[in-house]
Ligand binder design. Sequence first.
Ligand SMILES: Nc1nc2c(ncn2[C@@H]2O[C@H](COP(=O)(O)OP(=O)(O)O)[C@@H](O)[C@H]2O)c(=O)[nH]1
Ligand SMILES: [Mg+2]
Length: 274
Amino acid sequence: MWSSLFDKDSVTKVEQITLPQSVVGQGPCTISLTDRIPVKRPTAAIMLPTYCEADNIVNLIREIKQLKPDSLIIVIDDSSHDGTAESAHRLQEEYDNIMVFTRPTKLGLGTAITDGFKILLSLKNTPDYIITMDADYSHDPHAIPRLLETAEKGYDLVIGSRYIKGSKIIGWHILRWLISRIANFIASAMVGLKIRDCTSGFRCYSKSYVKSVIGTLHSQTYEIQIETVKQAWTGGFKVKEIPIKFENRKKGKSKLTKAEFKGFLSYVIKTKME
Ligand SMILES: Nc1nc2c(ncn2[C@@H]2O[C@H](COP(=O)(O)OP(=O)(O)O)[C@@H](O)[C@H]2O)c(=O)[nH]1
Ligand SMILES: [Mg+2]
């Protein structure tokens, strides 16, 4: 029974949520949703995977709620020891439609995003669009309306791109820029994608796309970004890049570890050999 894995006190008015398989057996998870649930279905969900983002999460959620008050925010936190989830919980007292899902330990960005998709799909009123973004202010929330407007024109995957005309990168060390360019070069050359920025995490997905691929996503960490682009590209879904301004995080540290980068490379090599 999924309910036995949740902290019952923090479960409020969620009629049915299917617990993602990736966290079953890993330990207790908690999920909570503001009890002020609007009758109308939110137009978009904004997913924030977090690991130790206490310095950023509160202001970021406030800004998003100012820009899109009707959005559903879902925070997928991996038991950050800096109180990220607790800060998000406190905002539930102020704002409608904030979900906080706490996983037992750091399980990787890829499974955080797929777990978030699964939770959103299991809601009665799944929003038509799901935006994913980093919770470190690298992704400017002011670009959310542009991502949504583009998706509403019929695109199933809209990528906030750092590498097309009109994009801008601020504050990245040349080495970080080089790693990103090489990762994208390898991805487009080996996986065969005609997309300039396959690794950007600032995106808008249509519900129908997510529904159709959710059973096929296996990424543990950062390779999720490439896997989702690949599935969209090969599955004939409409993909569009729009320019964004990307700014290096000012607070907190990057969570990308060497092991995760290796995982990314082995995914690309494996995909090439398939
Ligand atoms: N839940 C969860 N979030 C993660 C994990 N790894 C990274 N993140 C979050 O994913 C986003 C991108 O990570 P970040 O460290 O900024 O990566 P970078 O921008 O590539 O350096 C941030 O919001 C992180 O807090 C993870 O293992 N679990
Ligand atoms: Mg970042």
